[in-house]
Design a protein around this ligand. Structure first.
Ligand SMILES: [Fe+2]
Ligand SMILES: [Fe+2]
Length: 169
């Protein structure tokens, strides 16, 4: 059963971090599609919400701020990976390093947040995350990517992650 109060607390922290990111390039990720009709920006917010939900429901002791910040920045790149371009060949194997570099250019990240971003493509890339927050992000990212690729994001269940609490019409 979903604990409504922890969902609301997570949302407050998520909105605080999002507000702090407004001066960064995060909003630029709205213009790039991630999977199906979901933008990179929407994907990252959904991954942050699902990460919190997973951590809460499994009773994991994680740093919530790092979990949210790492999830929001895990795909911090600025191109449409569907458009063929030698600059972003092998996107699945390279974008995590580019996201980390971009994020470090714009934010002071903890070692946990850096590791989350760099290792989030495990097991496609062979080195696993070195922190619990990174494992949670890995799972949440695959979950959201599957929903988006299957164009399941208009489903009521999925919209809870994509629109957020209080935004369901
Ligand atoms: Fe990614
Ligand atoms: Fe992702």
């Amino acid at each position: 059963m979903i604990n409504t109060s922890s969902v609301q607390e997570n949302e407050v922290v998520l909105q605080q971090i999002l507000a702090a990111c407004e001066a960064s390039r995060l909003l630029e990720t709205k213009q790039f599609m991630q999977h199906g009709t979901t933008s990179v920006y929407q994907h990252c917010i959904a991954v942050a919400r699902v990460s919190c939900m997973l951590a809460d429901n499994m009773g994991l002791s994680v740093n919530r701020e790092s979990l949210i910040r790492g999830a929001l920045l895990h795909d911090y790149f600025f191109y449409d990976w569907h458009v063929p371009n030698p600059e972003h060949r092998l996107h699945g194997f390279t974008h995590q390093k580019r996201a980390l570099q971009n994020a470090m250019d714009d934010f002071a990240l903890t070692t946990v947040e850096q590791n989350m971003i760099l290792r989030h493509m495990f097991p496609l890339t062979p080195i696993p995350p070195a922190c619990l927050e990174g494992w949670v992000l890995c799972i949440a990212d695959k979950f959201c990517s599957t929903l988006e690729t299957a164009r399941f994001t208009n489903n009521t269940f999925a919209r809870a992650f994509y629109l957020g609490p209080g935004e369901m019409e």
